[in-house]
Design a protein around this ligand. Structure first.
Ligand code: NAP
Length: 483
């Protein structure tokens, strides 16, 4: 089987913030990989823009270094030289009026035109206004915006209003890079491409669902940003919420942007407010080897959470009575993103009480080693009666797909190509983002109102003890975070 790469239409892509961390680590290396795969047409052009003054050649040198550092995988130097020929640079201050005419002269008529705002959200308004004002963008142009999309409902609404003054919703691509991950899209394929699972995909057969996104890293160099944000805003409101939507939504009529996004929105709107007894906040402490969260963010009194675990309910016919447990945190014992669908016990055991209780679990691993595991119950081999045991049918996508798995684009690559194709299915719509904030805002406000301080947890653990209790109280337990 040979993977099919379908070249996209010729395009002009302007990256505002092209000298920044995201552009150098993700966007430009991602574009290079698409170039190597043959997906970028010969007349595609990528123009970097930022305040730093530099020539086209200096920008190409910067990108060459970035790809050497972050490109990943082997490539020919000729390929890199070929890619760099597609690049140019324009020095522009988003808040000033210089440079826009020069940028306009670089853009060609009749091609796909996209503007990537890889800058702080406070610049979105200035950029959008100038793109329209100087006549660089028209009703066909696309704009790509990065997270964080607001810090609460009010700020998200303000951002949506600002963008809507200049662009129609069909032109706005709000990135949540989780949606670009291969396995996340596989969630939809597993659910809606197989007859096997969907009839069982409801409260009648599913006991509960666990979503875990565990990181081993600390807040790193993002301390000052993170301390204003915390795990709820940084991870739950967007990434975990998107996973929850895909696992819980009704089948859309078609795999088309608004059909999919309408169904996701219904899930978010059906979420009950979370009882504060059902949320645990944590903050990693120091240990013998390293300083803790407060030292990392240089704020000895910080009450920002680096860990959240919560139980929530979706009030609709499909899910009434099935709890969803969400958990994410930094400095945990392993790096693992997983969705586990835990089915109910068989209604009656014909094997008697000694056979014990056994449950089917479908676990979808997003990282590492993307794949799926289905725990099924079988007879323990050998004589001596009918003893049962659970075994895992384990499928790693890398093994199942062979060499094809190697050319799977990473999330940014895929999403940027979707922008060029004009496909918004894997991007968040404005109302979706607002609905997600509408659900998370009261949780965060409750913490502030009650003056709640996060529970400390040991680096390298599974989070605070209270998070384990959240499950134990319900007679359930979290799946082990693998080291
Ligand atoms: P960064 O490293 O601080 O880069 C910011 C970029 O914006 C630089 O290229 C900077 O270049 C440019 N810039 C700043 N002020 C400008 C102005 N007035 N006019 C024009 N350009 C200006 O930030 P980043 O990490 O790349 O993040 C960019 C955005 O993506 C942020 O909203 C961030 O939250 C989001 N994001 C980042 C990551 C990540 O991994 N880094 C992940 C997800 C989301 P000059 O100083 O040369 O102007």
């Amino acid at each position: 089987m040979v993977s099919r790469v379908i070249p996209v239409d010729p395009f002009d892509l302007v990256i505002f913030g092209a000298t920044g961390d995201l552009a150098r680590r993700k966007i430009l290396p991602g574009l290079f990989r698409r170039f190597c795969s043959g997906q970028m047409p010969d007349d595609a052009r990528i123009i970097g823009a930022a305040r730093t003054e530099m020539s086209d050649d200096e920008f190409r040198d910067m990108v060459r270094d970035a790809i050497r550092e972050f490109g990943g995988g082997a490539y020919e130097d000729d390929a890199l030289d070929g890619f760099l020929l597609h690049l140019g640079y324009e020095h522009i201050d988003a808040k000033g009026d210089d440079g826009w005419e020069a940028l306009k002269r670089r853009l060609r008529d009749g091609l796909v035109r996209a503007f990537y705002f890889s800058v702080a959200p406070s610049l979105f308004g200035s950029l959008a206004e100038r793109l329209r004002g100087f006549g660089l963008a028209d009703d066909e142009s696309r704009v790509v915006v990065e997270k964080p999309f607001g810090k609460d409902l009010e700020s998200a609404r303000a951002l949506n209003r600002t963008l809507a003054e200049h662009f129609h919703e069909t032109q706005i691509y709000r990135i949540d890079h989780y949606l670009g991950k291969e396995t996340v899209q596989n969630l939809m394929a597993v659910r809606f491409g197989n007859m096997l699972f969907e009839p069982l995909w409801n409260a009648q057969y599913i006991d509960h669902i666990q979503i875990t996104v565990a990181e081993t890293v600390s807040v790193g160099g993002r301390g000052s940003y993170y301390d204003q944000s915390g795990a709820m805003r940084d991870m739950v409101q967007n990434h975990l919420m998107q996973l929850l939507c895909l696992i819980a939504m009704e089948p859309p009529a078609r795999f088309e942007p608004d059909s999919v996004r309408d169904e996701k929105l219904k899930v978010i709107r059906a979420l009950d407010p979370v009882d504060y007894h059902h949320i645990v906040r944590g903050q990693y402490a120091s240990d013998d080897n390293q300083p803790g969260y407060r030292a990392h963010v240089d704020n000895p009194r910080s009450v920002t959470e680096s860990f959240v675990a919560l139980k929530c309910h979706i009030s609709n016919w499909r899910w009434a009575g099935t709890p969803f447990y969400l958990r994410t945190g930094k400095m945990l014992k392993g790096r693992a993103s997983e969705i586990a669908v835990v089915f109910k016990d068989a209604p009656h055991s014909i094997f008697g009480p000694d056979a014990g209780t056994h449950r089917n679990v479908l676990a979808i691993r997003l990282q590492p080693n993307e794949g799926m595991t289905l725990d099924v119950t079988i007879k323990e081999p050998g004589p001596g009666g009918m003893r049962l045991k659970d075994v895992a049918l384990d499928m790693s996508f890398a093994d199942a797909l062979g060499p094809d798995a190697e050319d799977v684009p990473d999330a940014y690559e895929r999403l940027i190509m979707d922008v060029i194709r004009g496909n918004q299915t894997l991007f968040m719509r404005g109302d979706e983002v607002e609905a997600a904030w509408n659900w998370t805002d009261p949780i965060i406000e409750g913490w502030t109102r009650r003056g709640e301080v996060p529970k400390p947890y040991e680096p390298g653990s599974s989070g605070p003890e209270d998070a384990l209790m959240l499950m134990h109280r319900d007679g359930r337990r979290w799946r082990e975070i693998k080291v």
